[in-house]
Design a protein around this ligand. Sequence first.
Ligand SMILES: NC(=O)c1ccc[n+]([C@@H]2O[C@H](COP(=O)([O-])OP(=O)(O)OC[C@H]3O[C@@H](n4cnc5c(N)ncnc54)[C@H](OP(=O)(O)O)[C@@H]3O)[C@@H](O)[C@H]2O)c1
Length: 340
Amino acid sequence: MSSQTESPSRPAVPATMPAVVARSYGEADVLAIDEVPVPVPGEGEMLVNVEASSLNALDWHFLTGTPYLLRIAGGVRRPKRRIPGADVAGTVVAVGAGVTGFSVGDDVFGECEGGGCAPFLVVDATHVAPKPDNVPFQTAGATPVAGLTAIQALRTHAAVQPGERVLINGAAGGVGTFAVQIAKALGAEVTAVCSAGNVDMVRALGADTVIDYTTDDFAARGDRFDVMMDNVGNRTPKECLRVLQPDGRYVVISGPKKNRWLGPVPHIARKALAFWRASQTFHQFTASPNVEDLTFLGEALASGRLKAEVQRTINLDGVAEALAEIGTGHTRAKIVVMPK
Ligand SMILES: NC(=O)c1ccc[n+]([C@@H]2O[C@H](COP(=O)([O-])OP(=O)(O)OC[C@H]3O[C@@H](n4cnc5c(N)ncnc54)[C@H](OP(=O)(O)O)[C@@H]3O)[C@@H](O)[C@H]2O)c1
């Protein structure tokens, strides 16, 4: 047993733990459940006993090391981020030097640099917020990356106003299911785009109009929107401009993945150029954790104004199959991992 700080009411922190580990870059078959050391929190960090995490598209990118551009930061030959799971909800079991505002025994949720597919992980204390008591761990663990992306797209970048018309392309995935609800909460009239099998779910989340992209083309309907949030990035710049009002805002978080070296970067750059010449504005960003947005999400979950749409909950044995599903680009809502 280690000597890390422990709550008297909680079990001792073991020296090692089972974790889903990527032994190299590859697909789901490079994942194994290995016994690994429990990490030790450094300055500004906390050790969290993970009750729930969830999987995101970024876990697939870190697993496969694609686009290759990602390997500059993520590890050239082998992944630095070996344990998937960038979402965390759990209980603080040790605090590093310099951490203020949190103590052993606090329930928190937030975003981490991977590690959620294990019973313990180390997280930057500025990347988590207190978990409201009435929000289950499963819900809190499903929320951070996808919820932060949705709120930063719609509130920070698009500054959605009550009464505005918002189009959400890719409404059925992790980000989309939060985005539909957050756009409604901001007072928008929401049109959501997804495939036939997800229409009922997206409507139940509050979308005013749902377009099945397998039978209907939103860009050919003649509708105009104040904001387009694009979670897919599969349409041309011309098509995106066509559906926006002259003062509309386009917020994109994704793009075609065909280019194995650069991923969506060339496509997004072409779009930025097209918007630079137009009256509509272009917004592309990478979501980041901050206490204000996490607190907003926590309060919305606690009040029932927001829900995490969970497709299924798995344990460590189910992670490889779930990540393969995420790699298809057609995951429905969130897959939660409960590692214990
Ligand atoms: N920039 C950032 O900070 C940031 C943050 C989070 C995610 N992302 C990126 O944003 C994208 C979405 O993330 P996510 O977590 O929501 O992914 P996800 O959970 O894997 O969901 C992807 C969704 O895309 C939908 N989709 C696929 N093709 C579509 C099409 N032609 N038209 C409309 N919808 C389509 C799928 O719905 P159907 O099954 O109905 O087709 C699926 O539900 C990913 O590429 C991810 O890498 C970026």
